[in-house]
Structures are given as structure tokens and as C-alpha cells.
Design a protein. Structure first.
Length: 560
């Protein structure tokens, strides 16, 4: 791999990941958060892999085989899930509206990890952490604007005002916790930022981050923030030659106790229960159990990528229905369970294998003083903080992209047991060969970008067209936009409801009938049909019968 290839791919990843986290399109698309983030992620990943694609001799080195084999297995399982899970192909490929964590997103995330692994150098590690900190800084500034009531965007937001660029206070607080984890590693470093001004600036950022996390009222942000603090100081102690091992062991024991007490408190157990427990924690438990039921009832191919929402009512427990009869969810609020319920045990095991490889690399790096530095320590702690978040929340694309990027950096840093540098032996080739190689990787990179654009642009364009069709108040235009490729059943049902509220019941009913043909498990569509059809009609009775099957614990549904 030429130096130009490596450095170009590095900057694509660094800038593309920050772009994915920060992009919002409130004036362009109806769904302004997740859909544009999927757009940015796909373009970034396909451009990055295209840029290094010609360096086959470097990519297929034996030391990279484990992760490359896992990628091939992951891709094969994704294809099998798309084919055999029974969920609508388009929904699985692009993901359900408001999440967009379908096959295309997961493929792109894995590509980010692979490219990061292949191009990691010490300088790239530094670039990644600086990019993470700067993205966090942008989130701090925007978060302060939001809590101060001067947000330029008028969000339709029922949550705390501190939603950052991720659309939800849970996600934004978790991201600030992840950024804070990396920042603490740099603060505790004795070699780095030794000047008082630099460390003071970082400490100010940590204080503002904690303030915004508290203002978000999101417990997961607080937990991740202090987890990062404990881990960062623990790594600092572990790396000090003059510190006795007994002190490190005592600190590790006390930290483990503190973390355990905090987790138990969030679960309404122990002395911190009154301070940390929230009703939403109980609800997450309902989501987790439903995800587990989906996994065990569909062990080979899952219920389909991003199709959790089509099965939640049917797989939730009677207790969940009793406490939250009308509450639904389109995600298990646990990335591991999401992947397992969506793609079955094979996809789950492959994902867990990736995590174990990154964890193993992290341990090896931390146990080698010659390879450990503040920046790679910051990468490791931030990655652990992301994993902690992923076990209690949704795989939001703006967060997930950092988890996969950081994981790839750790793998690349750990796999290269020899001293990795920012130069490459191939750079010593003749000027003619270098020029040819340069032209080749630019061309293939452009092809990769074009392929990514062709795959993801229709999704953003369709949402944009629907947004402006609604503003036109033209029924035919709304219908046409709702049905345009790639069709999203939630968007189509929104159109059906819009038409029904405008006294165009038959047009809305036609759309609902179309949805149940494409996705027979669409609870939203069957409910619409049950409401607008004649109570004595066979279609009405069929709708109620199917609703009973899809939502067996709702006693308000009858055959009448």
C-alpha cells in the first residue's frame, strides 16, 4: 500500500466518521437524523474501501485473515438473512424508518473497521482521537445552545432539549461520555499535554460535558462518563513504574465494586437505587426479553434485519403488556440482542467474535509498555465506553460508527507487532510506478464512492420527495412519493393517515392494503384497516384476527 493510499484512506475515515456523527438535515428530509447518517456512513465506507482496494498484497496478509474471514462470514449470513428471514427485502436492506440499521448500514460499519485496521499507524491513532475530541466539542457547543433555548432548529422533541446531533438525549449523553473517556486518558497522561493550558482546556470540556449529561437526564451518559474516568485513571496507575501492583489491584477492586453498585442501582437494587433507577430501565428489560424470545424462536436467520418492531408485540411478555400496553419498540435497546434477534445466532456469534478480537488486542497493547501511549489508551477506553453503551441502548449510527472505527484502530495497532510507521516500502518505487498506482487508487476510490452513492442516494431522495409532497397538499403527489423506491412502510402508512385525515379514506385504505401485501406483519397497517373499514365487513374481521395474532397480550382487541 502506497503512502498516499494510506494517508488518503486515513483522512477519509477521520473526516467521514465525524461527518456521520454531526450531519443532520432538518430542512431537507422528513427524517433528519438517522437517514442522513446512513447516507454519510455508506459514502465514507465505500470511498475508503475503494481507495485501498488496489493494495491487495497488503490487504490479504496472513495476519489480517481472522477479521477478513469474519467479514466474509458476516456478509454471507447477511445475504442469507435477507433471503430467508421472511421480512421485506427493502426494509432489511435499508433499515426501518427512524433507525436505518439494516444490512447496508452493518456492511458499511464492518468496512469502516476493516479499512481502519489496514491503515492504522501511530499518526492515525492521534488523528482519530483528535477527531473524536473535536466532534465532541461541536456537540458541546450545540448542546449548550439547546439547553440555553437558542437552538436554530425547531425540533419536534418530547425529550430533554439536549439532543445534540443524535436526536435523543440518551444518545447524546452517551456520546459525550465516550468522548469524555478519551479525554480523561489524555488528562492523566504525564507525557502528553503537560502544559497547564492544554490540560485545563480538556478539564473544562469534561466539566461542560458532565453538565450537559446531567441536563439530559440520561442515566446511561452518567454511567459511561464515570466508567471512562475510572478506566482512564486505572490505566494511568497501571503504566506508572513506581506504583506497586498492590495499589493497582486495590484500585481495580474498588472500581469494580463502584461499577457494580452503580449497575445494580440502575436496576433498582442497592443503596443507589433511588438515585439511578428509572422506569425506562424496566422498559428496557421488556425489550431485552422480547429480543431474546425472537432470537430463540428464529435461531438461524432471525426475524430479519431491522425487523424487531414487526415482532415486538407478539414476543413481549404479558407483564410488559400489563405495564405498557401501548408501548412498542423497533429495537431491542441492546446491540448484541438486536443483531441476534435480527440475524440469528450465526450473525450474533460473528459479531461477538469481532468484539473478542478487539478486546484481546486491547489487552496485548496495554501489557506492552513500548507500544502503549496516551492516544492508543484513549482509543481503548473510548471503545470500552462505547461497548458499555451498546449493551443498554440502540445502535444509533452516529454512535456506532465510532465503535467500529475505534475497534478497527485497536485491531490494526495490535496486529502489527512490528513497529508500524507512516511510511511504506512501496513508496520507494519508481516515479512512473508511483504515478500509475496513484492514478489507479484514485480511480477505484471514485468507483467505490459511486457505488455507495448509487446504493444510498435513493433512500435519502425518497424521503426528501415525500417531505415536499406533504407540503404540496396534493394527494396524488403524496401517494406517488410514498410509494417511490425504496419504499418505507412507516412512510407509506404516514401517507395513509394523512389521506384519511383529509377525507380521502379510500386512498388511504388502498395504501394500507398495499403495505400488508409487502409486509404482512405490519401492525400499523392492519390497525389502520381495522379502524377505517366497515365493522361488519370480512376485511374488518380479518384485520382484527391478524391483530390478535400480532399482539396476543392486548385484551382490548376482539373479533367483534
Amino acid at each position: 500500500m502506497s503512502t498516499n493510499q494510506r494517508i488518503t484512506a486515513q483522512w477519509i475515515l477521520v473526516l467521514g466518521t465525524a461527518w456521520t456523527s454531526l450531519i443532520i438535515t432538518p430542512n431537507y428530509s422528513l427524517e433528519p437524523i438517522d437517514l442522513p447518517k446512513m447516507y454519510a456512513l455508506v459514502l465514507t465506507s465505500f470511498l475508503a474501501i475503494g481507495t485501498i482496494f488496489t493494495a491487495s498484497k497488503h490487504i490479504f496478509l496472513k495476519k489480517y485473515y481472522p477479521i477478513l474471514i469474519l467479514f466474509i462470514l458476516f456478509s454471507i449470513q447477511l445475504a442469507l438473512v435477507l433471503k430467508f428471514s421472511g421480512a421485506p427485502f427493502v426494509q432489511q436492506f435499508f433499515g426501518t424508518g427512524g433507525r436505518n440499521t439494516g444490512a447496508l448500514t452493518y456492511l458499511s460499519l464492518f468496512l469502516v473497521l476493516i479499512v481502519a485496521m489496514l491503515v492504522t499507524t501511530p499518526n492515525f491513532v492521534t488523528k482519530v482521537i483528535i477527531s473524536l475530541l473535536l466532534t465532541g466539542l461541536a456537540t458541546l457547543v450545540y448542546g449548550l445552545m439547546q439547553v440555553s433555548g437558542i437552538d436554530p432548529v425547531s425540533w419536534n422533541n418530547p425529550h430533554s432539549s439536549m439532543i445534540g446531533f443524535l436526536g435523543n438525549p440518551d444518545f447524546s449523553s452517551a456520546f459525550l461520555g465516550i468522548v469524555g473517556a478519551g479525554g480523561f486518558c489524555l488528562i492523566f497522561s504525564g507525557k502528553l499535554l503537560s502544559n497547564l493550558l492544554g490540560k485545563s482546556f480538556l478539564m473544562l470540556g469534561e466539566i461542560i460535558a458532565l453538565y450537559l449529561i446531567v441536563k439530559s437526564h440520561a442515566i446511561q451518559g452518567i454511567m459511561i462518563y464515570f466508567l471512562g474516568l475510572l478506566l482512564s485513571f486505572g490505566i494511568y496507575l497501571y503504566g506508572q513504574n513506581g506504583v506497586r501492583k498492590s495499589i493497582v489491584v486495590i484500585y481495580g477492586t474498588l472500581s469494580s465494586i463502584a461499577i457494580t453498585v452503580g449497575v445494580l442501582g440502575a436496576l433498582k437494587i442497592g443503596p443507589l437505587a433511588d438515585h439511578l433507577y428509572k422506569i425506562s430501565v424496566r422498559q428496557r428489560g421488556f425489550y431485552w426479553r422480547a429480543g431474546r424470545e425472537m432470537l430463540f424462536s428464529h435461531p438461524f436467520f432471525g426475524v430479519g434485519m431491522d425487523s424487531y418492531g414487526d415482532w415486538y408485540y407478539q414476543k413481549r411478555s404479558a407483564n410488559a403488556a400489563f405495564h405498557s400496553i401501548q408501548t412498542s419498540s423497533n429495537a431491542a435497546h441492546n446491540v448484541v440482542l438486536d443483531i441476534g434477534s435480527n440475524g440469528g445466532f450465526p450473525l450474533l456469534l460473528i459479531y461477538l467474535a469481532v468484539i473478542l478480537l478487539v478486546l484481546r488486542a486491547s489487552i496485548l497493547i496495554l501489557n506492552k509498555p513500548e507500544s502503549r501511549n496516551p492516544y492508543i489508551s484513549a482509543v481503548i477506553v473510548s471503545w470500552i465506553a462505547y461497548q458499555a453503551q451498546s449493551f443498554v441502548s440502540i445502535n444509533q449510527i452516529g454512535l456506532g460508527v465510532w465503535g467500529w472505527l475505534l475497534g478497527g484502530v485497536i485491531l490494526g495497532y495490535g496486529i502489527n507487532s512490528r513497529k508500524i510507521t507512516d511510511t511504506d516500502s512501496s513508496s520507494k518505487s519508481t516515479s512512473r510506478k508511483t504515478k500509475k498506482s496513484s492514478n489507479s487508487f484514485i480511480l477505484v476510490g471514485a468507483i467505490g464512492l459511486g457505488l455507495g452513492f448509487a446504493l444510498v442516494q435513493p433512500a435519502l431522495q425518497a424521503d426528501h420527495n415525500y417531505r415536499f409532497a406533504l407540503q404540496s397538499h396534493n394527494g396524488n403527489q403524496v401517494i406517488s412519493a410514498a410509494l417511490s423506491y425504496p419504499e418505507d412502510s412507516h412512510r407509506t402508512m404516514d401517507a395513509a393517515n394523512q389521506l384519511n385525515s383529509s377525507n380521502l379514506k379510500e386512498a388511504g385504505l388502498k395504501l394500507a392494503r398495499h403495505v400488508v401485501k409487502v409486509n404482512p406483519r405490519s401492525y400499523e397497517a392492519w390497525y389502520f384497516i381495522s379502524v377505517v373499514t366497515n365493522p361488519i365487513s370480512s376485511e374488518h374481521k380479518k384485520a382484527f384476527s391478524i391483530l390478535q395474532t400480532l399482539n396476543p397480550h392486548d385484551n382490548s382487541i376482539s373479533k367483534s
